[in-house]
Design a protein around this ligand. Structure first.
Ligand code: ZN
Ligand code: MN
Length: 261
C-alpha cells in the first residue's frame, strides 16, 4: 500500500477522474527570477509547491497541478527587475490567459474547489484577474469556488516580529531573496542555498513612485533587496509551520466545513 499521491503528474487518468470532483485542486504560481547569488531562480515556485504538498498531506487530500513556473515581470523594488540574467517573465496578458486556460480546463473536467498558492509578489493582480474570469465566464452551474493565498500575507504579526526583531521589517515587497525566502529555502531545499554567498544588501534609495526605465540606484547589484544572512533554518521552520497551519485552517474553513459528509 503506497502513500497517497498528491502531484497531478504522478497520478493516472482514472485516479484523476475519481478524485477531481471531490478534492481541492491546488495550483502553485511563481516566477523564474533572480534571487541573489545564493538562491536559485526557482524560489517562487519551490516555496509554494512545497507549501501545497504540506497542506495536502495535512488535509489528506488535494491534487497539485504542475506549477506555473513563469510569472509577471519582476519589478526593481520587489524582485530586482529584468536586467538580471535568468529573470524570464510573461507579459501580464499572457499570465492572465495562461492561468485562465489552466483553471478553465480543470473546471471542464469537474474541478470545483481551487486553491492557488501564489509565490511571486508581482503576480497578485493577474492571478486575481484569472480567477475573476473563471468565475464570471466558465462557471455555468455557479458551484466553483476559488481561493488565492500569497504566503507572505499569512505570516502572523508574532512570527514576523520574532524574525525581524534585530533588523526591522522592511515590507513584503522589499523582502526579496532576503530573510524569509532564504529561511524558507533552508527548510524546503537546503541543498540549493549557497552558504558561502549569502549576504545582506539594500538599495541606495527606495522611491515612493515608479520610474521606467528604472534608475540603477534603486536596485542593489547583488539582487538581494534586504538582509539574507538572518534567514536561518530555525526562522524558516517557524515561518513554514505557522503558514502551513494557516493555509490548512483556510482550506478547512472554505472547502471542508459545511460539506455534506
Ligand atoms: Zn521570491
Ligand atoms: Mn518573486
Amino acid at each position: 500500500m503506497s502513500a497517497k499521491r498528491y502531484l497531478m503528474q504522478e497520478i493516472t487518468w482514472p485516479e484523476f477522474q475519481e478524485r477531481v470532483g471531490q478534492e481541492i485542486i491546488m495550483l502553485p504560481t511563481g516566477s523564474l527570477e533572480q534571487h541573489g547569488p545564493h538562491l536559485p531562480l526557482g524560489v517562487d515556485v519551490i516555496i509554494p509547491t512545497n507549501l501545497a504538498l504540506r497542506t495536502a498531506e495535512r488535509l489528506g487530500q488535494g491534487i497539485i497541478a504542475p506549477a506555473l513556473g513563469y510569472g509577471y515581470k519582476s519589478q526593481p523594488t520587489s524582485g530586482g527587475g529584468p536586467l538580471f540574467p535568468g529573470t524570464t517573465s510573461f507579459d501580464g496578458i499572457t499570465l492572465i490567459l495562461a492561468l485562465r486556460d489552466i483553471l478553465r480546463d480543470l473546471a471542464r473536467q469537474g474541478a470545483r474547489k481551487f486553491l492557488v498558492f501564489n509565490g511571486h509578489y508581482e503576480n497578485v493582480a493577474f492571478v486575481t484577474e484569472a480567477a475573476e474570469l473563471l468565475i464570471r465566464d466558465h462557471n455555468p452551474d455557479g458551484d466553483i469556488k476559488l481561493v488565492i493565498v500569497s504566503w507572505w500575507d499569512l505570516i502572523s504579526d508574532e512570527v514576523r516580529d520574532a524574525c525581524f526583531s534585530e533588523i526591522g521589517f522592511p515590507g513584503w515587497d522589499t523582502e526579496h531573496a532576503a530573510l524569509v525566502e532564504t529561511a524558507m529555502m533552508r527548510v524546503f531545499a537546503p541543498e540549493l542555498v549557497r552558504d558561502d554567498l549569502v549576504l545582506d544588501d539594500q538599495a541606495e534609495r527606495i522611491p515612493n513612485y515608479q520610474v521606467f526605465p528604472p534608475p540603477a540606484d534603486i536596485i542593489p547589484a547583488s539582487g538581494v533587496l534586504y538582509k539574507a544572512t538572518y534567514g536561518t533554518r530555525e526562522r524558516g521552520e517557524m515561518i513554514v509551520d505557522q503558514v502551513v497551519d494557516e493555509i490548512v485552517a483556510i482550506a478547512r474553513r472554505e472547502f471542508v466545513e459545511g460539506e455534506s459528509a
